[in-house]
Ligand binder design. Structure first.
Ligand code: HEC
Length: 507
């Protein structure tokens, strides 16, 4: 009796001490007693012994607060590596450029009110970062013309818990980055890809919701990517892994698409004419084009009116692109257990024609067309399929040993010696819109070479203040935020670029 009583009393005393400690620990540093959401609150990948298998980003420098009426860019100017910028609810109409390393930008959501970056359809980008170790979390980003969040050759990034609506061409677009995490974001109304992993390595894309976009999630010219637990619905195409020819990085391989819901992706294509995704037919659940070693596992794929999963080569999917150094066949695709039903209700275009030639009016769950070797599938007869008669049985049953494709330790920043600066700027920025020999968003780089032959200053002048010269192209966003050194370096790099020195696959 006595000992139970004693236990209760001491438990209460301990609790009181705990509450006191907890309160003072959390209350002192932050004026508004807003707890800092820590990465521990998010599920972190662990190994079989429950040990964390990658390091979270930490910011243990100053905390810089930005309140309604203030400027996030001013805070970035003040910040030193290791600082955390906390942005309170309010409307911020600005373009924020982060060219320092290890800066955290964290929205503070209070009583359901978010810090909102509103581009008012006048500003091009909300966040552009070229630094390494950048965190951008808990912002609402609306009405930009170019990108919600774009990375330009920054490594070790975390983009999390943002709400991105109608931000123009791309929602979240890390370009030419290594070792990154994109999780718990909600993106809609993006006219190209809502989440676009471009020329990257070792990126996890987890727990995002993407809808009402042309492309939901796009893994392009990237390797070692895990796309898991996402909800991709009501886009033109739900989840895409492919190779765009003409970019400096030539390959897409080692991609796992697992545990996603890929549902009702039937939105009419509203992509800009000439962009790669403008060719994606509405009704596409998953699209694999020229990507190798893609594993599709444990997804629920339903209600996509053209096909559940389309696998094509470049000759079929992007017939106009001409890049002899891109290998165009999707090789060694692996389809494991998935649930696919009610796909292909209303096929269009070539898929409709091909299915009609098979006396079938519906599109299939799985449609493979063109070249490619070594692809395999588990329980082939579970699905309605076309073009996979020569696929053998899968040699693996699951990918559960792959918990993450991120690396256990942060990787070093990309080298930025003078010689490298032009190349990095080109890969990290310009190549998002300019390919060497073919049209992307902007004209081919070889055309730029012809116009500005021997005149790098002409390119610098143009990118500082671009004018809309061509009726059939959109306006190019100004690049005047770049340092003068970077602008001249990229201009010189472009002028000496040759089609065959674009073969770097081992970046
Ligand atoms: C968001 C897409 C985009 C990005 C990023 C981009 N461009 Fe462009 N660029 C365009 C478009 C679109 C045009 C065509 C504009 C027109 O003719 O109206 C263009 C045109 C140009 C031209 C042609 C000028 C002329 O005289 O005809 C040059 C030079 C150029 N870009 C250089 C660059 C460089 C250098 C970079 C990287 C620092 C870059 N661009 C990044 C979209 C982009």
């Amino acid at each position: 009796m006595k000992s139970t009583f004693f236990k209760i009393i001491s438990a209460i005393a301990l609790l009181a001490v705990g509450v006191f400690l907890g309160k003072s620990f959390f209350a002192t540093p932050y004026k508004d007693t807003v707890p800092i959401p820590s990465p521990i609150g998010y599920r972190m990948p662990t190994d079989a012994n429950d040990t964390l298998i990658r390091k979270p980003l930490t910011y243990d420098g100053e905390i810089i607060e930005v309140k309604d009426g203030g400027s996030i860019q001013d805070a970035v100017k003040k910040a030193n590596p290791g600082d955390l910028i906390r942005v309170y609810p309010g409307t911020y109409s600005e373009n924020v450029y982060i060219d320092k390393d290890n800066i955290g930008l964290q929205g503070v959501v209070l009583n359901g009110k978010w810090p909102t970056l509103d581009g008012k359809k006048e500003i091009n980008d909300a966040f552009l970062y070229s630094g390494n170790g950048i965190l951008i979390e808990s912002f609402k980003i609306i009405n930009y013309k170019g990108n919600g969040i774009m990375g330009q050759a920054g490594n070790n990034f975390v983009i999390r818990n943002n709400w991105i609506i109608d931000t123009g061409v791309y929602g979240i677009f890390p370009q030419y980055g290594k070792n990154g995490l994109i999780e718990h974001n909600v993106c809609s109304k993006i006219e190209d890809a809502a989440i676009y992993v471009g020329m990257c390595d070792n990126v996890d894309v987890l727990h995002n919701e993407v809808f009402d976009n042309v492309a939901g999630i796009e893994i392009e010219n990237s390797r070692h990517c895990l796309v898991a637990n996402n909800y991709a619905h009501n886009n033109t195409g739900g989840i895409l892994a492919f190779v765009t020819p003409g970019l400096p990085i030539k390959t897409t391989y080692d991609v796992i698409i697992r545990d996603n819901f890929v549902i009702n992706n039937n939105t009419p294509n509203f992509g800009a004419p000439g962009s790669t995704v403008a060719g994606v037919p509405a009704g596409t659940g998953i699209l694999i084009m020229a990507a190798d070693d893609v594993i599709i596992e444990n997804n629920i794929i339903t209600g996509n009116n053209n096909t559940g999963v389309t696998i094509v080569d470049l000759a079929t999917g992007a017939p106009k692109a001409n890049d002899p150094s891109s290998e165009g066949n999707p090789d060694r695709v692996v389809i494991l257990d998935n649930i696919m039903y009610d796909n292909g209700t209303n096929p269009t275009g070539e898929i409709k024609a091909i299915m009609l030639s098979q006396l079938d009016t519906k599109g299939p769950d799985i449609f493979a067309y063109g070249g490619g070797t070594g692809s395999t599938i588990r329980d082939k007869n579970k699905y309605r399929s076309f073009g996979i008669d020569d696929w053998g049985p899968a040699q693996i049953t699951d990918t559960k040993n792959v918990r993450t494709y991120m690396l256990p330790e942060p990787v070093a920043p990309r080298s930025v010696s003078k010689e490298e600066l032009g190349k990095i700027t080109y890969y990290g920025i310009c190549a998002g819109c300019h390919a060497f020999g073919n049209r992307l968003i902007g004209p081919p780089t070889e055309i730029i070479q012809a116009i500005h032959n021997n005149n790098p200053q002409g390119i610098v002048d143009y990118i500082n203040n671009p004018k809309n010269l061509r009726d059939d192209y959109p306006e190019m966003p100004p690049q005047n935020y770049l340092s003068n050194e970077a602008k001249m370096a990229v201009a010189e790099y472009i002028l000496q670029l040759k089609p065959d020195n674009e073969t770097s696959q081992n970046q």
